[in-house]
Ligand binder design. Structure first.
Ligand code: ADP
Length: 430
C-alpha cells in the first residue's frame, strides 16, 4: 500500500524458539519479509525475500525453530518478541498425532480424530491451523471440521463445514477453500438452535466417516475439529455430543482446567483428554471486532481476497421461482404441542417464509436439495441434510412486483430454488 511505501521497515533478530508478535492497526496494512534463517506463521513456512502483506486488524506471530531475521514495516499497534510460547507443546502434540497416523497406516486402522475445545479467544483456530499445517507438510491429508458458527475459517458465518487439507495454509489468506462441504446453520451461536447444531454435527461426522471408508489417505490423516467457545450448559453438551458423533480419540483442551476435568469425567476412558496452555500472544477480540471479521468473511465470499477479486452479480428473482424457509419454529410450551410432536420437531421444522421487506440484507443459503424434492407439512425431507451450494444476499425487495434483488457470486439463474434464511445480515457497501 502507498502508506508504507518507502519505509524500510524495522529489523527483528529472533533467537531459536521465539516469536515476533504484532497487530496491524485498523484500516492499515503491514509488510513482513524473512531476511535470513527459517520462520513460520501458524505452521506455514515463510519464503525468503518475499513480501507478505497483512490486512487491518491482523494478529500475527512469526515463530522460528532455528532462529531468523525479519523485517516488518507498516502501521502496527504492537510488535514485540516473546520467548514464552507454547509452540514446543503444540509440536509435541503434533508428534503424538503423527505417531498415531503411522500406527494407523501399519495396522490398517483409522488415524486420529481430534477435537479442539476451550472458551473464546484462547487460540483454538490457531492450534487447529498449526496441527493441520504440520500434518500436511508431512504429506498427510487431514480434514478440518469447522463447527465454530461465529467465526468459521472455511465458509461464511452461520455454517458448519468440513474441508480436506491438501496443502499448507497460505501465510496471508489461510487454507485454500476448494470444494468444502458446507451445511446451513443460520446463526452465529449454537444456542439459537442447539438441536439443529447437534444434528448437523452428526451429519458432518457421517459424511466424514463415509469418506474415510473409501479414501485411505483421508482415514489415516484423521480430522481436527474446531469448536465454539461456548463451553457451558448446552454448549458443553454439544461438545460431548460431537466427541461421540465423530468418535474422537483425542480432545485438546485449551486453557481451562475446569472444562478439562469435566470432559475427563464425562468422556469414555479411551478418549485422551489433554490440557494445553494458551499462547500469551492470543489477543482477546471485542464484540465489534468479531462482528467486523464476520462481515469481512461475507465480503470475501462475494468480492474475493486482496489478490483475487471476484465480481458478483446482481439480478432479480421472482418470489414465485423460489421457496424460502427458516429452520426451527419458535418453541411453544410442551402442553401446547400437537399430539405426538416434541420440541425436537419444532426446532428442526422447516417454516416457509413469505418474502417481504424484512428479508432485505439477509444472507440466504442456496440448498443443493433437488428442486423437485417434496416438502410436505413442515417436514424437512432431506433439506436439513443437504449441503449448501452457495450464498446470496437480498439487497432489495419489491413486494408490488413480487421480486427481490439479490447479490450472487454467479450470474442468473440461481442453481437451485430452495433457499434457507440466516439470522445474519450483510450490508453491501460496494
Ligand atoms: P479462538 O479460535 O480460540 O477464538 P483464535 O485462534 O482465532 O482464537 O485466536 C485469536 C486471535 O489471536 C487471532 O486473531 C489469532 O491470529 C491471534 N493469535 C493466535 N496466536 C497468536 C500469537 N501467538 N501471537 C499473536 N497473535 C496470535
Amino acid at each position: 500500500s502507498s502508506g508504507s511505501a518507502g519505509t524500510s521497515g524495522t529489523r527483528f533478530d529472533l533467537e531459536k524458539e521465539t516469536e515476533l508478535r504484532f497487530e496491524v492497526e485498523a484500516g492499515e496494512r503491514a509488510q513482513l519479509e524473512l531476511l535470513s534463517g527459517l520462520a513460520e506463521v501458524f505452521g506455514s513456512e515463510l519464503n525468503r525475500n518475499k513480501k507478505y502483506t497483512f490486512g487491518p486488524g491482523s494478529k500475527i506471530a512469526v515463530f522460528t525453530w532455528q532462529g531468523c531475521s525479519v523485517s516488518l514495516s507498516g502501521k502496527t499497534e504492537v510488535a514485540y518478541i516473546s520467548k514464552d510460547t507454547p509452540m514446543l507443546l503444540y509440536l509435541n502434540t503434533h508428534a503424538a498425532l503423527e505417531q498415531m497416523r503411522r500406527q494407523a497406516e501399519k495396522e490398517n486402522e483409522r488415524g486420529p480424530r481430534v477435537m479442539v475445545v476451550g472458551p473464546t479467544d484462547v487460540g483454538k483456530s490457531t492450534v487447529c491451523r498449526v496441527l493441520l499445517n504440520y500434518a500436511v507438510r508431512l504429506g498427510r491429508r487431514p480434514t478440518l471440521v469447522e463447527l465454530d458458527v461465529g467465526q468459521s475459517s472455511v465458509s461464511v458465518p452461520g455454517t458448519m463445514s468440513a474441508l480436506c487439507i491438501e496443502r499448507p495454509a497460505d501465510v496471508e489468506e489461510g487454507f485454500s477453500v476448494q470444494a468444502p462441504l458446507v451445511f446451513h446453520f443460520g446463526s452465529t451461536t449454537p444456542g439459537t438452535n442447539i438441536k439443529l447444531y447437534n444434528k448437523l454435527t452428526s451429519s458432518l461426522a457421517e459424511v466424514f466417516s463415509q469418506r474415510c471408508e473409501v479414501n485411505r489417505r483421508a482415514s489415516v490423516g484423521g480430522c481436527i475439529i474446531n469448536t465454539c467457545g461456548w463451553v457451558k450448559g448446552s454448549g458443553y453438551q454439544a461438545l460431548v455430543h460431537c466427541a461421540s458423533a465423530f468418535q474422537v480419540d483425542v480432545v485438546l483442551v485449551l486453557d481451562q482446567e475446569r472444562l478439562y476435568n469435566e470432559l475427563k469425567r464425562d468422556l469414555p476412558h479411551f478418549v485422551r483428554v489433554v490440557l494445553l496452555p494458551k499462547s500469551g500472544g492470543v489477543v482477546e477480540r471485542s464484540k465489534d471486532c468479531r462482528r467486523e471479521s464476520r462481515d469481512e468473511k461475507i465480503r470475501e465470499y462475494f468480492y474475493g481476497f486482496r489478490g483475487t477479486s471476484f465480481y458478483p452479480h446482481a439480478f432479480d428473482v421472482r418470489f414465485s421461482d423460489v421457496r424460502i424457509y427458516k429452520i426451527g419454529a419458535p418453541s411453544i410450551p410442551d402442553s401446547c404441542l400437537p399430539l405426538g410432536m416434541s420440541q425436537d420437531d419444532t426446532q428442526l421444522k422447516l417454516v416457509p417464509v413469505s418474502p417481504g421487506r424484512d428479508l432485505t440484507h439477509h444472507v440466504l443459503s442456496v440448498s443443493s436439495v433437488d428442486d423437485d424434492a417434496e416438502v410436505g407439512a413442515g417436514q424437512s425431507r432431506g433439506i436439513l441434510e443437504s449441503p449448501v451450494c452457495g450464498f446470496i444476499v437480498v439487497t432489495a425487495v419489491d413486494t408490488q412486483a413480487q421480486v427481490m434483488t439479490v447479490l450472487s457470486p454467479a450470474p442468473r439463474p440461481l442453481p437451485r430454488h430452495t433457499l434457507l434464511i440466516m439470522d445474519i445480515r450483510f450490508i453491501d457497501l460496494k
